[in-house]
Design a protein around this ligand. Sequence first.
Ligand code: DP6
Length: 325
Amino acid sequence: MKATAIGPSNIAFIKYWGKKDENLRLPENGSISMNLSDLTTTTTVEFLQNLREDSVIIDGKAEKKKIERVSKQLDRVRKIAKFPYKAKVVSQNNFPSGTGLSSSASGLAALTLAASKSAGLNLSEKELSILARQGSGSACRSVPDGFVEWLEGNTSETSYAYSLYPENYWDILDIVVVVSHDKKDISSTGGQKIVATSSFYKVRLSNINKKIELCKKLLSEKNFPEFGKLIEAEALELHAIMLTSSPSLIYWLPGTIKIMKLVKKWRSEGLAVYFTVNTGQDVHLIIEGKNKEILLEKLQKVKEIKKVIVNTPALGARLINKHLF
Ligand code: DP6
């Protein structure tokens, strides 16, 4: 059976950075995120009895490393379905991959849902999240709807994401500011392997549970200024660890810093806007919906900006009827 799923990328407010089990992708800490409406991957999967190997096309290309990652995830599905069939996979991102916009989250969430459906499995949301996590940690958060918490867990069964609030809970936006189309030179998976080389990492872990609780409290109160302050400080802490890892990880480009500085300036002028950044150069601006136009107008005047993508909070991975082949 052919199945197609659409998976959203997500932006982490409290970040996942570091694994206590590399194979199972069990994180060192829990995290909190929001699914993004306009950064999505659509994936069609069909298991076929006469295929000799998996055939995988992503954004029109067959790249070896990506095929291996997809095949590994298909292996996990084959194991549960208890059959050996290879699959045809076609996947399309609606945004550039490899630049820090979390295509592994949207991609692995869409793949997991489409592949499990195509294999005839009817997995629960929790089972899908657990399975997606093993393909890419952050992908487990792209399975449930809206605002999401990934529970750290100590075993594969206890490390999964669930929805804290639906997508229409809070009218906030993630306006992604693309400052370069360059690919990042170290992947999230690679960067996380050296996390313990930063002497700040222990400090982070000693405070992280308190931070998660505070983030959840501010979300429940919809306290935007305090929430914004917290998530901006969290992003800077993540990058402090990246910068002090060995070898150092410098994901920012001049355009990244330009936007960060402007955000602080605009804030001092009264606009409640906050930034967060992942592994990459692009900046996610978090703002209340009512301030969208004011911010977009300001962004239009910044010449370093290549593209702006406006995201509302979104549903998690879901099946659709329009197949890619
Ligand atoms: C900085 O989920 O891409 O975006 O599990 O190795 O695939 P793997 O890593 P990945 O890491 C995401 C890191 C981050 C923070 C976050 O999204 O929580």
